[in-house]
Design a protein around this ligand. Structure first.
Ligand code: HEC
Length: 261
């Protein structure tokens, strides 16, 4: 049996050497044959999508309405289309290198954006078709923004409520990201983004507690077992970071992370 095995392996080894010698001998020929095929495919990917012969409007109706409603050119002025929107949407249509967008992100944001496939791998339209879309928007947009319909005036106050100022002096503009009212004792909880605090006010609007938090709050709950639980956003500005947390704050103001994104 052993003998058979060793014979078998020597035989296959011999055959392998024969094939390898032949391959090495004919390799240059193979490469020469493969080269035009490679050149052809490489050329095709360089050329990108074919020119369609459609008008700028038709192209915009297909491509711009692919992700959201079709935006009419008169919604914005020429400069907003040319310098603001279209250069930005060019990334979404593969007409600009998305690396420019990714370069400014944090490493874990880059992974999230790549996983979400937010930007196509290559151009979605031929370069001349893209120019037609630009001409359609810039050519049909007004020089100055069109006047808007008058909206009803903004009024202050709420029916059934009266406005009362807080006793506390505000030296910076308050940025409140959360308000909760505990109806049992009338306490008001306010998440103060600019101070990184969760503040508690009593019925008479006197501040009775300040609890430090590490990022802006979006929600909170009072539970018998866990005490106070709050959701920290991490970073409030638009982002793809995973740095939000669910925390519990006990009577001694000690924080425990219950969930970490
Ligand atoms: C692959 C999807 C996609 C395509 C294609 C696309 N958009 Fe957008 N568009 C978005 C997304 C997502 C947003 C919101 C986020 C942003 O601004 O990037 C947006 C936002 C906009 C806005 C609002 C911008 C603002 O600042 O509020 C306008 C206007 C717009 N797109 C016009 C266009 C036009 C015109 C085209 C075609 C040339 C187009 N979009 C193609 C995805 C797309």
């Amino acid at each position: 049996m052993n003998q058979f095995k060793s014979y078998c392996s020597t035989a296959s080894k011999r055959q392998y050497i024969r094939i390898r010698t032949r391959f090495v001998k004919y390799c240059p020929v193979c490469l020469l044959l493969l080269l035009p095929i490679y050149a052809c495919t490489a050329d095709r990917s360089r050329k990108g999508p074919k020119l369609t012969g459609l008008s700028g409007k038709e192209l915009a109706e297909i491509h711009c309405a692919g992700c959201h409603l079709f935006p009419a050119p008169d919604l914005l002025d020429k400069s907003a289309w040319e310098n603001g929107i279209l250069p930005e949407m060019a990334y979404r249509l593969g007409m600009r290198d998305p690396l420019e967008k990714l370069a400014v992100l944090a490493p874990d944001e880059i992974i999230t954006v790549l996983r979400a496939a937010s930007y196509p791998d290559g151009p979605v339209l031929a370069s001349e078709d893209w120019q037609k879309i630009i001409r359609f928007y810039v050519g049909n947009a007004p020089e100055k923004p069109l006047p808007q319909e008058l909206k009803s005036p903004v009024g202050a106050g709420l029916p059934f409520f009266e406005v009362r100022p807080l006793a506390e002096k505000m030296d910076v503009l308050p940025m409140v990201s959360l308000v909760k009212i505990d109806e049992t004792d009338g306490c008001i909880y306010a998440g103060r983004r600019e101070k990184r605090m969760l503040e508690v006010y009593d019925r008479s609007l006197k501040k009775i507690e300040s609890l430090p938090v590490s990022s802006p709050l979006s929600d909170m709950a009072l539970s018998k077992g866990q005490g106070l639980m709050a959701l920290q956003m991490g970073t409030m500005e638009p982002n793809d970071l995973r740095n939000g947390q669910l925390i519990a704050i006990d009577e001694q103001k000690q924080k425990t992370v219950l969930l970490d994104s």
